[in-house]
Design a protein around this ligand. Structure first.
Ligand code: GDP
Ligand code: IMO
Ligand code: MG
Length: 443
């Protein structure tokens, strides 16, 4: 194989885990590089459905090294609950590793995430309330607690004795909530650290060695490009770097060691939480996509907002991630539509200007209205298709249209949640390296 990043190329929930699972078969190491228990990654394999939040999807395979990288934030209680549940289902934790530098989500992060959200009113972000923003905020403020700190009672005590009174000022005076007790947190979290200790190591060193040994490393992105802290629809983003660049900073692997970047996009778009979504459908079409696609959040159970495929977002994701090829998922969800719309560009509803590439994402982005091209639906089931040639003509035309609009080859098409509901058009790993200035490569 090679060293490959699988990145969400829309607003999250694109089906990254299904694609990661397909590619993990030939990987030696599967590593998550950012985010935390806000992720909800579903894999359907061997007749079982697995939902992962912190643990890389590669854990399904025996013998793969699975790493929670230093760019992640880890809630130890969620981690232990998740690994215990997976072990009960027969999966092994022998090759599971956690970076000693990953940050720990503490009880005050969870409390503050919820309290901040509730206080924002109509400015709320719609977070998953998993403490993600506050944990990354403390990391950036250089007052976070890292996995290595959980293992040293003295260090943990010193950090908590300084931190907890400060968080209590916020909780009590701003949010009118009860204070937390530093000693109780120390006792509980030191104990949790002892349970997790066996997994904690210098994962950047381990990956560096693997790169030297020409092992195959798969980087599993969480969230999506438009939720990226720097490149997404700020402030309606998560607090980490889901875009492909995050795979380097979030693991300690240099960019020269990455061979390939695969972007995962649904054949339509969904979004959970607040924030602009130009192609959102609030009518019966949106309802139909939600129902057929079972578009309900894996982590929070919230209904996902649904809309037509957005080529402007697609082009942006190709650019920001330097994508080599695409995996298009959930094509089957569109099987029952007579007509499909694809947004090819935006029109600014205030100034009338048009944009084929993303306008600078800022307050103006919410003024963008989609301009659509209508394509014919195929009105035939696609789930049993195994090859591109098996797909209905209009489905091929739909995919070709997307590939042409985004100027990128589609390597994989997913037509159902199971491993075998997959059409491989070209080798996603060893296909030609994409040259960004080259003219369109249609499927
Ligand atoms: P992730 O967060 O990007 O890994 O995606 P999620 O797991 O949150 O959401 C994707 C959902 O769609 C999961 O329930 C998958 O089992 C399901 N899924 C993935 N690919 C397909 C597909 O091609 N067709 C259908 N119908 N479902 C799919
Ligand atoms: P996966 O990995 C979809 C969204 C939340 C909210 C925003 C900020 O399954 O694709 P946060 O709790 O991270 O501070 O919330 O980001 N969000 C996701 N949306 N899929 C996810 O993960 C998400 N993780 C966070 O809904 O809008
Ligand atoms: Mg998800």
């Amino acid at each position: 194989m090679a060293n490959v990043i699988v990145v969400g190329a829309q607003f999250g929930d694109e089906g990254k885990a299904k694609v990661t699972d397909l590619l993990a078969r030939n990987a030696d190491i599967v590593v998550r590089y950012q985010g935390g228990a806000n992720a909800g990654h579903t894999v359907v394999a061997n007749g079982e459905t697995y939902k992962f939040h912190l643990i890389p999807s590669g854990i399904i395979y025996t013998g793969k090294i699975c790493i929670l990288g230093p760019g992640m934030v880890i809630d130890p209680k969620s981690f232990i609950a998740e690994i215990e549940a997976l072990k009960e289902r027969g999966l092994e934790d022998a090759n599971l590793k956690i970076s000693s530098a990953a940050h720990v989500t503490m009880p005050y992060h969870l409390a503050i995430d919820a309290a901040e959200e509730d206080s924002r009113g109509d400015q709320k972000i719609g977070t998953t309330k998993r403490g993600i923003g506050p944990t990354y905020a403390d990391k950036c403020a250089r007052s976070g607690i890292r996995m290595e700190d959980l293992l040293d009672r003295e260090v943990l005590k010193a950090k908590l004795d300084w931190m907890v009174p400060r968080k209590n000022v916020l909780l009590e005076r701003i949010y009118n909530l009860p204070p937390l007790n530093a000693e109780e947190i120390l006792n509980e979290y030191y104990e949790l650290g002892q349970k997790i200790k066996k997994y904690v190591t210098d994962t950047a060193a381990l990956i560096f060695e693997a790169v030297g040994d020409r092992k195959n490393i798969l980087f599993e992105g969480a969230q999506g490009t438009l939720l990226d802290l720097d490149h997404g629809t700020y402030p309606y983003v998560t607090s980490s770097s889901p875009a492909a660049g995050g795979a380097c900073t979030g693991t300690g692997v240099g960019p020269t060691s990455v061979d390939r970047v695969i972007g995962v996009m649904k054949a339509y778009v969904t979004r959970v939480g607040e924030g602009p979504f130009p192609t959102e459908l609030t009518d019966s079409f949106g309802q139909k996509i939600r129902e057929v696609g079972a578009e309900v959040g894996t982590t929070t159970g919230r209904p996902r907002r649904c809309g037509w495929f957005d080529a402007v977002i697609g082009r942006y994701a190709v650019r920001i991630n330097g994508l080599d090829c695409l995996a298009i998922t959930k094509l089957d969800v569109l099987d029952g539509f007579e007509e499909l719309q694809v947004c090819t560009h935006y029109r600014d509803r205030v100034t009338g200007e048009t944009f084929t590439d993303m306008p600078t994402i800022g307050s103006r982005y919410k003024q963008m209205e989609p301009v659509y091209t209508t394509l014919k639906g195929w009105l035939k089931p696609t789930t049993d298709c195994k090859k591109f040639a098996d797909l209905p003509e209009q489905a091929k035309a739909y995919l070709n249209f997307i590939a042409k609009e985004l100027d990128i080859p589609i390597a994989i098409v997913s037509v159902g949640p199971n491993r075998d509901n997959t059409v491989v058009i070209e080798d996603p790993i060893h296909g030609p390296k994409r040259v960004l200035s080259k003219p369109t490569t249609a499927v």
